[in-house]
Every structure is written in structure tokens, then in C-alpha cells.
Design a protein around this ligand. Structure first.
Ligand SMILES: *[C@@H]1O[C@H](CO)[C@@H](O)[C@H](O)[C@H]1NC(C)=O
Ligand SMILES: *[C@@H]1O[C@H](CO)[C@@H](O)[C@H](O)[C@H]1NC(C)=O
Ligand SMILES: *[C@@H]1O[C@H](CO)[C@@H](O)[C@H](O)[C@H]1NC(C)=O
Ligand SMILES: *[C@@H]1O[C@H](CO)[C@@H](O)[C@H](O)[C@H]1NC(C)=O
Length: 360
């Protein structure tokens, strides 16, 4: 008996030790404004290529110059190559590729001047690939080619990871970002060039205890320490009680169906609404009709009510914040950091489900 308890304790310790913790940061100087939120909303709409519906009286759709685009997206550090070259990347559940600027990046690209660049010649583990790469962000985009090298995230070392070296970008979309590139946490079916994503390689190379990652974000807006991405499982010390799960509503995308969303006396979503859970965005986007209801409540309330999200029958409450809410221009919702800051979130790749918990 004692022996098995000791063994269980040992296993628990080992399991905890297997979790890889990646500290997350965000731009401490950035103040979110309606303009920056509108610009980001345009980018998120393009990222998901939603079937957009026509909007009326529109001042936040489609035409924002992304050159002014900067935001509160969370990012963390990875390395590529041997010896390691360091990059800051946004960990993005809304896309599936890893890309960073290349040392061969065009000198007239602002992004390349401002960011870390990958130098293949300086890495002994570099393997050439050369396949063209283009990722469309509607009013911007990144263009480059594929390469292969060792990628390190926390203490996890992934061998032969294919990623994109960026040569140039359209419209300087990423010039002002605090991070250098993006590490997609989405599924392979959405990957440009059908590249195997970093987490899929971690799993097939047996580097993860569980095919799961999780995330909590610090709500303290002035903090430079923004939270943690946890690879290989969840950390129960970071949430209270249980995680409440919901199955993905769309295979191979971090998309769920919410039962309903309430804001004061208004019902912003009823009888089921599709929502993508997007760590690579700072906003909550909602369909235009819901946005109009939101604004009505916002401007007519003396005391701003909380937003209540009902997901697989469980209720999740979030304080509302105007600048973080935008129109999605479609019938989809997007739950970005403004939502994720309120909860502990587990992304379960094996069971194709997402779990939410109350932050500890
Ligand atoms: C890239 O690395 C090689 C090999 O270390 C070095 O000779 C070269 O100067 C580097 N390129 C740049 C632009 O830093
Ligand atoms: C480049 O990588 C892609 C994606 O992994 C792969 O399909 C392709 O075969 C590779 N090409 C070469 C020349 O290695
Ligand atoms: C959804 O909620 C039901 C009832 O609480 C629960 O039994 C089920 O496991 C949940 N769904 C998932 C995917 O876990
Ligand atoms: C969730 O999906 C699993 C299979 O992955 C299925 O067994 C279960 O019934 C589903 N739960 C709900 C609430 O749909």
C-alpha cells in the first residue's frame, strides 16, 4: 500500500516534471485603441477566411492600414538551429506553420530591419528545402521558402522541423510587432505547404507526455510577465476544481459551438454559435448583430455588466471591455486573449476538445 502511494507520488512528480513551461510576454507599452483593435480584427477575419457577410454603417471593416497595426498579442521565446538562434514568436492556435524572418530578407522590408533573422549558414543542423511559402493575411502577407532545422521550445528539442524563412512581407504587416515570427499551434490540415506542425513533430518524436497544451494569461495589463504556455498537459495548481470540456465542432480546427452568450439583458448568442479559440489574437470578435446589441448595452448601462458565456452547459463569466470587442464580419465568434485572460484553457489534440477552468 505504502509502496504504491509512494509510486503514485513519484509518478505525479514525474508527470509534473514533464510539463514544459514557456513564459509568455506581451508588449508592455502598447495601449489598445479602437483603431488598433479594428486593424487587428481585419487581420483575424482574413486569417480564418470566414464567409463574410455584408455589413452596414461600417467603420471597422476591411480598410484599416495594417502598417499601424500593433497589439497585445502574447509571445514567447524559441530557438532554431545549432548553435541556437533566438526568436520571439506568437503562439497561435489560429494557424499551423512556424515562420521567422530570414537573414536573406529583403533590405527594404521594415520587418527585417526590426527583427531577429535566421541565418541558415550559421547552423550545423540546417537542411535545405526551398519549397515556396506564402501566407495570406489579406492586407498583408509573408513570402519566403521552407527550410529544415532543429527547433527548441523550452527544454523540448524537435529535430528536422520544417519552417518558413521569410524574405519579404506585403504591406509591412508585422513591422511593429514585438515578436519576430509565428509558431502555429493549429492542426496540419490547415498548414501551408502541408508542413507538419511543431507540436505534431513533438508528439511523433515522443517529446510530450500527453498530446495536450494549455495556457493561462496574466490579467495584469502592466505586467511584462504575461502567463505561461504549458506543453504536454495541464497544471492543476493554475486552476480551481475541474476543467470543463467541449468537443471541437469542426475537426482539425480549434473551433467550438457555444450554447449562448449574455450581456446584461441582451442575448448576444442563442441556440448555438460557432467560435474559434485564438491565442494569436487579442480580441473578442462577434457577428455584426451581436456587436450592435453589445454596443447598445455598453452605451446604455450605468454599471457595465459582465459577459456570460455558456459552453457545453457550463457558464463562464468575463468582465466586458469595449476596446477588445469587434465585429467579425461573419457569423463566427473569435475568442482571443481578451477572453482567454479570464480562464485556464487546455487544448487537447488527441481528444479534439478544449477544456476551460477557473484560474487559481
Ligand atoms: C551568417 O552566418 C555565417 C556563418 O556563421 C556568417 O559567415 C555570415 O556573416 C552570417 N551572415 C550575416 C548576414 O550575419
Ligand atoms: C519540403 O518540405 C515539405 C513539407 O514538409 C515536403 O513536402 C517537401 O517534400 C520538402 N521538399 C524537399 C525538397 O525537401
Ligand atoms: C459536456 O458536458 C457534459 C455534461 O456535463 C459532460 O458529460 C461532457 O463530458 C462534456 N463534454 C465533453 C467533450 O467533455
Ligand atoms: C465528444 O466526442 C467524443 C469522441 O471524441 C464522444 O465520445 C462524446 O460523446 C462527445 N461528447 C459530446 C458531449 O458531444
Amino acid at each position: 500500500m505504502l509502496k504504491s502511494i509512494a509510486l503514485l507520488a513519484l509518478c505525479a512528480t514525474l508527470a509534473a516534471a514533464n510539463l514544459q513551461r514557456i513564459p509568455l510576454y506581451r508588449n508592455p507599452n502598447f495601449q489598445s485603441t479602437p483603431e488598433s483593435a479594428a486593424a487587428e480584427a481585419a487581420m483575424v477575419r482574413a486569417k480564418y477566411a470566414f464567409d463574410t457577410v455584408p455589413t452596414t454603417g461600417d467603420n471597422s471593416m476591411g480598410h484599416e492600414p495594417l502598417i499601424n497595426f500593433a497589439n497585445r498579442i502574447y509571445y514567447g521565446q524559441i530557438t532554431i538551429g545549432t548553435p541556437p538562434q533566438e526568436f520571439l514568436v506568437s503562439f497561435d492556435t489560429g494557424s499551423s506553420n512556424l515562420w521567422v524572418p530570414s537573414i536573406k530578407c529583403s533590405a527594404c522590408s521594415q520587418t527585417c530591419l526590426n527583427h531577429q533573422k535566421y541565418n541558415a549558414s550559421a547552423s550545423s543542423t540546417y537542411v535545405a528545402n526551398g519549397t515556396g511559402f506564402y501566407m495570406d493575411y489579406s492586407q498583408g502577407g509573408v513570402i519566403g521558402y521552407l527550410s529544415e532545422d532543429t527547433v527548441r521550445v523550452g527544454d523540448i528539442v524537435v529535430e528536422n522541423q520544417v519552417f518558413a524563412e521569410i524574405l519579404t512581407e506585403v504591406d509591412n504587416s508585422f513591422t511593429q510587432q514585438s515578436y519576430d515570427g509565428i509558431l502555429g499551434l493549429g492542426f496540419q490540415s490547415l498548414a501551408v505547404d502541408d508542413v507538419t506542425p511543431v507540436l505534431s513533430n513533438m508528439w511523433s518524436q515522443k517529446l510530450l507526455a500527453q498530446e495536450v497544451f494549455s495556457l493561462y494569461l496574466a490579467t495584469d495589463g502592466t505586467s511584462q510577465q504575461g502567463g505561461e504556455l504549458i506543453l504536454g498537459g495541464s497544471d492543476p495548481s493554475r486552476y480551481q476544481g475541474d476543467l470543463y470540456y467541449v468537443n471541437l465542432s469542426k475537426k482539425n480546427r480549434w473551433q467550438i459551438k457555444m450554447n449562448s452568450v449574455y450581456f446584461g439583458d441582451s442575448t448576444l448568442c442563442k441556440d448555438g454559435c460557432e467560435a474559434v479559440v485564438d491565442t494569436g489574437s487579442s480580441l473578442i470578435l462577434m457577428p455584426d448583430g451581436a456587436f450592435k446589441l453589445f454596443m447598445d448595452v455598453f452605451y446604455n448601462s450605468e454599471h457595465l455588466p459582465d459577459m456570460e458565456f455558456v459552453i457545453n452547459g457550463s457558464s463562464f463569466t468575463l468582465p466586458a471591455n469595449l476596446v477588445n470587442v469587434q465585429k467579425s464580419g461573419s457569423d463566427h465568434w473569435v475568442l482571443g486573449a481578451a477572453f482567454l485572460e479570464g480562464f485556464y484553457t487546455e487544448f487537447d489534440m488527441a481528444n479534439e476538445r478544449i477544456g476551460f477552468g477557473t484560474l487559481a
